[in-house]
Write a protein that binds this ligand. Structure first.
Ligand SMILES: CCCCCCCCCCCCCCCC(=O)SCCNC(=O)CCNC(=O)[C@H](O)C(C)(C)COP(=O)(O)OP(=O)(O)OC[C@H]1O[C@@H](n2cnc3c(N)ncnc32)[C@H](O)[C@@H]1OP(=O)(O)O
Ligand SMILES: Cc1cc2nc3c(=O)[nH]c(=O)nc-3n(C[C@H](O)[C@H](O)[C@H](O)COP(=O)(O)OP(=O)(O)OC[C@H]3O[C@@H](n4cnc5c(N)ncnc54)[C@H](O)[C@@H]3O)c2cc1C
Length: 664
């Protein structure tokens, strides 16, 4: 029934103040106010309608993205929205497009790698969107191996220009978002060559298209790489290809904050680490972690509300059937995902802090924490996006058959989200970066250099290698130090085992190659420890609001104990817990599920998502699922007529067994 809250009983059961939890989820009252206001604004503006996306052709979808993006920009300008409000507007618009790459990568690359003069010149244009930019790094032949890029930028001292060239087919840029049809400019990563010497990969600002008629400049071949996974979904983005044929740019378009080429063609490397050329990726990986919590929370919100609406079995004497959310199996699949959404939120907040800190240090030429920032952003990007992709798919299954309907919102969410496991660094490749960092840290233990930051626990190696978990009863698994010790000892023991196995090889690189799978697992164990420890730090801090802390504690221990259960092999084989302690953890998990159950719907209400943003009939705030499923079905063009097109051509001849032209 319209106007009735079918989930009212669920909401009445909540044992905490949802409005207070909304503030915790958003990060602050101010952040909540901004999100709340902008999401409602987007939801009520017809230009941002998105329910018809799956039925659009690629061209219609692309044009619709242009329309929405330009309208969003107009609103940002006319209403003088702040940067924070502008980002929220793009998030709630919920349609990938060139704006993401312009603001998310092109502008940050110039800010991070351009000199002050370059910033003044290019950012003044980019900030007004008088030029539109993208980030052109990946090539047909190389994405992960950035040092293997083939595009060249050769300095020509006669003309004071760089000649940009794609020497092979595999050197074609391939994938950059916004490149295919929209961008006028790109930050292009290419091998810098001066006086015949290759100085490795550097960034260059390159104009691609005319600012008058948008045609590609002479010497540039450019286009879209074609359809991607799913209907609608990421196909709104014009991921592109690009080839240079001896294309010339002025010398001052090399991004020269980190290293320079003089008028004479002399290469001058500054004394900052060369890895700063990868700085934009570090910054985006950090934002991807917060976005993981957002995407997982959307899926969990849909699955939780629907699980409370959906009933199957259990009716006695014609009475009401059981809500599927009451099945322990449903809880065992759903509540760890709910807990993960909160866990990723808090680790995302912490990572933002870490990133801000490292940025300030870099400005003061302090590079000490750069390896840690790289390892944390790479590892957490990898871990959270993998868990979120799997989690969205699990939420689809939690919704049974209806989850497979496009109008459940879950298929499109999955299709849009899943490339996050690949872009901004393949998730396995990124965990191997963490593994290298861990192996280096382990090799330095005992050298007098105490590990710091997220590896500080390794400084207590002597204790962690010998200790036995003190858990004796199920409630002990609610003791933060016991939980942390189990995770620390598992992570450390896995890393040390890898290091020992590595040391058996004469050639370290060969050993590393042999042990890749174990190294990835050790890296994941380290990343899970970071997430657990940041969640524990959160619940040990000050948290306001009636009943809020209790709920967060429950979620924190669900997060930790479900990981323990899932990776039990690691915990047992490293002797970090005994089989008896593991079974006490399962017992405690069941008890935590029962405590979360009455609060589940309120815990997803705390995300404060509008029905527009969720885009799901199953996840509607009012739970009015069945009539709306019918409404959606009737909107399908196949239902425009009762007798379908093709009846006379195919169905009728078939059932009349009358195939005029058939030669069987
Ligand atoms: C809606 C609104 C939302 C707003 C929000 C916007 C978001 C925006 C939208 C996103 C939408 C998607 C857009 C996708 C955009 C792409 O996908 S862009 C392309 C991304 N590409 C990648 O991520 C490539 C992945 N590969 C790499 O990063 C590197 O090549 C690798 C794997 C790290 C290896 O690099 P390498 O130079 O061969 O390094 P390696 O020899 O392994 O290491 C050398 C040293 O450098 C260090 N190092 C390596 N990398 C780094 C680094 N980054 N920093 C510091 N040190 C490093 C290593 O630790 C190592 O240190 P030491 O051991 O020597 O001390
Ligand atoms: C939707 C989308 C948007 C993108 N947007 C952009 C963009 O805007 N700009 C841009 O420049 N790029 C962009 N990319 C490209 C993206 O960054 C790369 O695809 C990504 O970095 C992975 O590189 P790859 O494709 O070369 O994968 P590959 O490295 O070829 O990976 C293939 C397989 O090999 C494995 N593998 C590779 N190396 C190793 C190793 N050393 N050890 C063990 N296993 C390994 C991987 O785990 C993977 O399973 C985008 C990609 C996608 C899908």
């Amino acid at each position: 029934m319209e106007g009735v809250d079918h989930l009212a009983d669920e909401r009445n059961k909540a044992e905490f103040n949802v409005d207070d939890m909304k503030i915790i989820w958003a990060g602050s009252r101010h952040a909540f106010d901004v999100s709340n206001r902008i999401s409602r604004f987007v939801a009520t503006d017809p230009v941002f309608e998105k329910s018809n996306r799956a039925l659009m052709t690629r061209k219609e979808l692309f044009k619709n993205t242009l329309k929405k993006s330009v309208y969003a920009w107009k609103i940002i300008k006319e209403l003088r929205l702040s940067d924070e409000e502008g980002i929220k507007l793009r998030i709630f618009m919920d349609q990938p497009g060139f704006l993401d790459l312009h603001w998310g990568m092109f502008v940050p690359a110039i800010k991070g790698q351009g000199t002050e003069e370059q910033q003044q010149k290019w950012l003044s244009l980019a900030n007004k969107m008088q030029i539109i930019g993208c980030y052109a790094q990946t090539e047909l032949g190389h994405g992960s191996n950035v040092q293997g890029l083939e595009t060249t930028a050769t300095f020509d001292p006669k003309t004071d220009q760089f000649i940009m060239h794609s020497p092979t087919q595999t050197s074609s840029k391939w994938w950059p978002g916004g490149l295919g049809k929209v961008s006028t400019h790109a930050v292009v990563y290419a091998r810098l060559i001066t006086n015949g010497k290759d100085h490795g990969v550097h960034g260059f600002i390159v104009q691609l298209r005319s600012l008058d008629d948008h045609s590609p400049l002479p010497g540039i071949t450019i286009g879209d790489i074609g359809m991607k996974f799913g209907n609608g979904a990421y196909n709104s983005m014009d991921n592109g290809f690009l080839m240079f044929n001896q294309f010339r740019i002025p010398r001052d378009q090399m991004l020269m904050r980190l290293s320079k080429v003089t008028r004479e063609g002399k290469y001058i490397a500054s004394d900052v680490p060369r890895q700063l050329v990868y700085g934009t990726m570090v910054s985006v990986r950090q934002t991807i972690v917060s976005k993981a919590s957002d995407a997982l929370a959307r899926a969990v919100c849909i699955a939780t509300r629907y699980s409370a609406v959906r009933r199957q079995f259990g009716s006695e004497n014609g009475g009401i059937e059981t809500q599927v959310i009451d099945y322990k199996t449903q809880q065992n699949r759903l509540f760890p995902l709910l807990a993960s959404a909160y866990a990723f939120r808090f680790v995302g907040e912490w990572l933002k802090w870490l990133y801000t800190d490292v940025t300030q240090r870099l400005e003061a030429s302090d590079f000490v924490t750069l390896p840690e920032a790289h390892a944390c952003t790479a590892g957490l990007k990898s871990m959270t996006t993998s868990a979120t992709s799997d989690g969205i798919e699990e939420c689809r299954k939690l919704c049974g058959g209806h989850g497979y309907l496009w109008c459940s919102g879950l298929p499109e969410l999955f299709a849009v989200y899943v490339p996050a496991c690949t872009y901004e660094g393949d998730n396995v490749v990124l965990q191997l970066q963490v593994a290298r960092f861990l192996m280096k840290t382990v090799s330095q233990l005992g050298s007098g250099k105490a590990p710091a930051g997220t590896t500080a626990y390794m400084g207590r190696a002597q204790h962690l290698l010998q200790c036995r978990s003190g858990v004796q009863k199920a409630e002990d698994w609610l003791n933060p130090s016991m939980v942390l010790e189990a995770f620390e000892s598992r992570a450390l023991r896995m890393a040390i085992t890898c290091a020992k196995n590595l040391s058996k090889f004469e050639n370290q690189e060969q050993g590393f190659s042999e042990l890749l799978a174990d190294l990835v697992e050790a890296a994941i164990a380290h990343c899970q420890l970071i997430v657990v420890s940041k969640f524990i730090a959160k619940i040990e801090g000050e948290i306001e609001g009636k009943g809020v802390k209790k709920q967060l504690k429950n979620l924190c221990y669900i997060y930790a104990l479900h990981l323990l259960h899932k990776h039990l092999g690691d915990f047992l084989s490293t002797n970090s817990v005994t089989p008896e302690q593991a079974s006490l953890a399962s017992h405690q998990l069941r008890s935590l599920y029962s405590q979360v159950r009455p609060n589940a719907v309120a815990l997803v209400d705390a995300f404060d998502y509008t029905d527009h943003y969720l885009g799901s009939v199953l996840g509607r705030y009012d739970g009015n699922v069945y009539p709306k499923l019918f409404e959606e079905a009737l909107k399908d063009p196949l239902n425009d007529s009762v007798v379908p097109d093709g009846y006379h051509e195919y169905i009728r001849p078939l059932i009349k067994q009358n195939f005029p032209s058939a030669k069987l």
